[in-house]
Design a protein around this ligand. Sequence first.
Ligand SMILES: Cc1ncc(C[n+]2csc(CCOP(=O)(O)OP(=O)(O)O)c2C)c(N)n1
Ligand SMILES: [Mg+2]
Length: 193
Amino acid sequence: MTPADLIAFEDAVKAAFEAGKIRGPVHLAGGNEDQLIEIFESISLTDWVFATYRNHYHALLHGIPRDKVMAEIMAGRSMNLSFPEHRFVTSAIVGGILPIAVGVAAAMKRKEPYRHVWCFVGDMAASIGAFHEANSYAKHHDLPITFVIEDNGLSCDSPTDECWGMEPSSDKKTRYFYERKHPHVGTGKYVSF
Ligand SMILES: Cc1ncc(C[n+]2csc(CCOP(=O)(O)OP(=O)(O)O)c2C)c(N)n1
Ligand SMILES: [Mg+2]
């Protein structure tokens, strides 16, 4: 998948949402195409990927067919995309995916051959108590997990640093920065917050 493929996909979702064809919330990705493509070069199709409500790019980059992803979005399940057969799970609860990902990583450690777990979270999610606990457990049990912090500097529309301050340190985490292209939720046509 190229950046243009990803952008074209989100543009199609945006058009369908604005035409009133999607009966549910959507969180569009944008501005992070290059970063995610690079990160997914390290992610095997047999690895587990856990993500947030802003997950369309992640699903496509994890090899899930475009039509399958689009069908779920059109059915109103954008913010909960889950394809366990592709080892891909998301949660719309901020930080909600963290304990699930850590649990799967604990299971993977007992399996042979184990698969790595990649857990994507926003910069606000990386500041909350659930991250601290997940990070601590993963570190002390040396679990095969990497937390990828998707840092757009925003918690919805509030600057994360001003609201939350420092986030806990971790040797299990990596981070990429991007500038958000779309509103936090929706496309700006109906409602945003
Ligand atoms: C437990 C919980 N509280 C509040 C919300 C509402 N909410 C949705 S996204 C969001 C901000 C998340 O910011 P961040 O983790 O940085 O992710 P981003 O949207 O910037 O990618 C909030 C508070 C939620 N989904 N879950
Ligand atoms: Mg953010």
